[in-house]
Design a protein around this ligand. Structure first.
Ligand code: ZN
Ligand code: ZN
Length: 238
């Protein structure tokens, strides 16, 4: 399923491709952000066809981070679109296959990881990265914000009022919260990244696992950052 986020925004959400979402932006250069779990390329291609976009029109694929539910269909999609593949250098080695993805340290994380492995997480074909994206860089209409913690090379992308936030946080309708710690490589660093994003100005947050949150999203992120900051301070006092 594909739908436009807001009227005439040119920003589309693609759902039904496993547990993660992908986004398509019909800016001057057509951009796909994340690719869902493995074997979803046909679904993504047919979603794009519904809005009149042919695979070869997709100029670039930006990955928010290296996790399998975001790069799962990258290899297939790159083959079909010939798009430029972009990611932060600190996650690039996992995508290119230079480094193996590691199981989380905690028991529950390990169990989940085992499950993902059964679902094909370990067998992802390596894909070369065409362009490394560093903090503060511009790529087309997007600004790159390095937000490490969930993974070392996790990035968010901002375009006007829209923030593509990957797995930096869970943007649930009631209140925003941290991504479950079992999936996060470095929790204090992730909290610092949430605080970094809290300083930005945007309305809409497009996260990897929840429906677009379209109003006052920056205020919700600030609330979360304040809560986490208070928790860290009280932990330091105790
Ligand atoms: Zn993730
Ligand atoms: Zn994810």
């Amino acid at each position: 399923m594909i739908y436009q986020v807001g009227k005439d925004s040119g920003v589309y959400c693609i759902e039904g491709i496993g547990q993660a979402r992908a986004y398509f932006v019909a800016a001057s250069e057509y951009t796909l952000i994340d690719t869902g779990v493995p074997s979803q390329a046909p679904r993504i291609v047919s979603a794009l066809a519904q809005i009149g976009v042919q695979p070869l029109q997709v100029k670039r694929i930006i990955l928010t981070h290296h996790h399998w539910d975001h790069v799962g269909s990258l290899w297939e999609l790159q083959r079909i679109t010939h798009a430029q593949v972009c990611a932060h250098p600190r996650d690039a080695d996992y995508i290119t296959g230079k480094r193996p993805r590691r199981a989380p340290r905690r028991t529950l994380g390990r169990i989940m990881y085992g499950l993902f492995t059964l679902m094909g997480a370990q067998k992802l074909p390596p894909v070369p990265i065409d362009r490394a994206l560093n903090d503060g860089e511009k790529i087309g209409a997007f600004s790159v914000i390095h937000t490490p913690g969930h993974t070392p090379g996790h990035i968010c992308l901002q375009r006007d009022d829209f923030l593509f936030s990957g797995d930096l946080l869970f943007a649930t309708p009631g209140a925003f919260r941290e991504t479950p710690h079992i999936f996060t490589a470095d929790v204090p660093t992730s909290r610092a990244s949430i605080a970094k994003i809290a300083g930005l100005d945007f309305q809409v947050i497009l996260s990897g696992h929840h429906a677009p949150h379209v109003v006052q999203s920056a205020a919700r992120v600030r609330e979360l950052a304040n809560k986490l900051g208070a928790m860290e301070n009280s932990a330091r006092v105790a």
